[in-house]
Design a protein around this ligand. Sequence first.
Ligand code: EPU
Length: 432
Amino acid sequence: MEILRIVGGNRLQGDIEISGSKNAALPQFAATLLSQEKSIISNVPNLSDVKFMAEILSELGAAVTQIDYDTWEIDPANIKHIAPYQLVRKMRASVCLLGPLVGRLRKAEIPMPGGCVIGQRPIDLHIRALECLGANVKLDRGIVKVDGKKLKGGQIFLGGRHGSTVTGTSNAIMAAVLAPGITRIESSACEPEIVDLCNMLTNMNAKIYGIGSHILEIHGVKELNGCCHEVIPDRIEAATYAIAAAMTGGEVTLKNSCYQHLGSFLNLMQECGVKIELNDENQLKVSCNQLDLKPFEIITLPYPGFPTDLQAQTSALACVSKGISILTERVYPSRFMHVPELMRMGANIAMEGSSCIVKGENQLTGAPVMASDLRASAALILAGLAAKGETWVQRIYHLDRGYESFETKLQSVGASVERIAESKLPKSYFSN
Ligand code: EPU
C-alpha cells in the first residue's frame, strides 16, 4: 500500500491540464457494445476505473486495445451477456453495462453492485426503467438477470427520493436506442456526462431528442454503427484543482476545462472571493488571496445544482474560509466520511442531519488521516496543501480510481506532495 505525504504551505502557481471525464468515459465504454462495429474513444483519462471497465469488456468478449495514451479502440463484434463478479464488484459503475447488453443482446446478467461508503446506492430506478421497456428483471443469488426478448419503447419516470439517477438514465437511454418504437424518459438526469453520452450515441446513429433536458424522447433504430468520440473534460477534476488554488492563495490556469459545465461551482468560488478569469473557451484562471476567503452555504443537488462530487473538497475549503459555512447533502445524505478526518487536522465541524456546519479558521494542522473514498481522498489532500506541517493520507488507492496523476499535476504547480510505500514509513509514523 502507498500513502501520500504532503507538506503544506506552498502557494500553487502554474498550469494544469485537465483530463477527460471519468464519469463520462465509463458509460461510453459500455455504449460501444451497442454496435457490432469498432469504436474509438479519445481523451480517456488514465485511471484504474477505466482499466477495470476495459477488463470487463474484454471478459465479455470485446477486443479492447489502448492505441494511445488516452485513446482506446473497442471492437465488440462478439460479446456475451454475463459479466464476471470478480471484476464487477470492484466498480459500481459497471452497472451501466445493463442497458447496452439488454439493447444489443436482449439479455444481461450482472452481479448486483454492493454497498458503498458514500451511502446507499440502490438500483431500483434502473430496474424500473428496464421494466418500463418491457424487460423482465429478477434478482437471483445476487445477480441481476434481465430477459429483454420483449424489449419495446415505453414511458419511463426516473425521479427518485434524491432526484434523478445519472447511471440509471444512461441505462435507460442505452436500452431504448435499440428498442422498437418510441421511448419517453421523464425526469432524466441532464448532467454533462449524460449529454456527452447522448452525443456519442447520436454519432452512432441513435435518434435521441431533448438532449440536455429532463425529458428525452428516443426513437428506437434497428442497429447502430461504431463511432469516434472524444470524452468531455472532467469538471470535477477541474473544480478540485480550482479549490487547491483557492486554499493555497495561489494562481492556477486550468487548461482544457469546460467552464460551461461548472456554473454552480464558479458562482460559489466568486462568492468566496476567488477571482475567476476565462482566458478562452477552455482555459480558466483561478487566483486568490487566501486570507480573503469568505464563508458560504451550499446544497448539493442534481445538475445544474451544486455537484455532490465536490462536497468533500468544498468542506475542506470551508475549513480555511473565515466564518461559518454550511454544506448540505441532498444526493447522498451520509457522504461525510471525510469530516472526522478533517477534524483530526484541527477543523471545527459539527454535523446536523445531512448538513455539516464548519467554523472556518485560517489554519489547519497536518496529521495522519485515512481516505474513505475517491472525493474524500481529494478533500484530505487539499486540506494537507493548506495545512501547517505534514499530512499523511492513507488508502490513496481510492484516488487512482478517479484522478489521473493527481500528485504529479500538483507537483507541477509547486505542491510538496509525494507518494511513499507504507513499508518505507518511519516507525514514528505508526506510533501517532
Ligand atoms: N438512487 C436511487 N435508486 C436508484 C439509483 C439511484 O434511489 O436506482 C439514488 C442514489 O442512492 C443517490 C441518488 O439517487 O442518492 C443519485 O444517484 P445516481 O444514480 O445519480 O448516482 P450514480 O449514477 O450511481 C453517478 C456518479 C457518482 C455521482 C452520482 C451523483 C458515475 C460513474 N458515478 O453515480 O460519482 O456521485 O452520479 O452525481 O457516473 C464519483 O465520481 O465520485 C461518484 C461517486
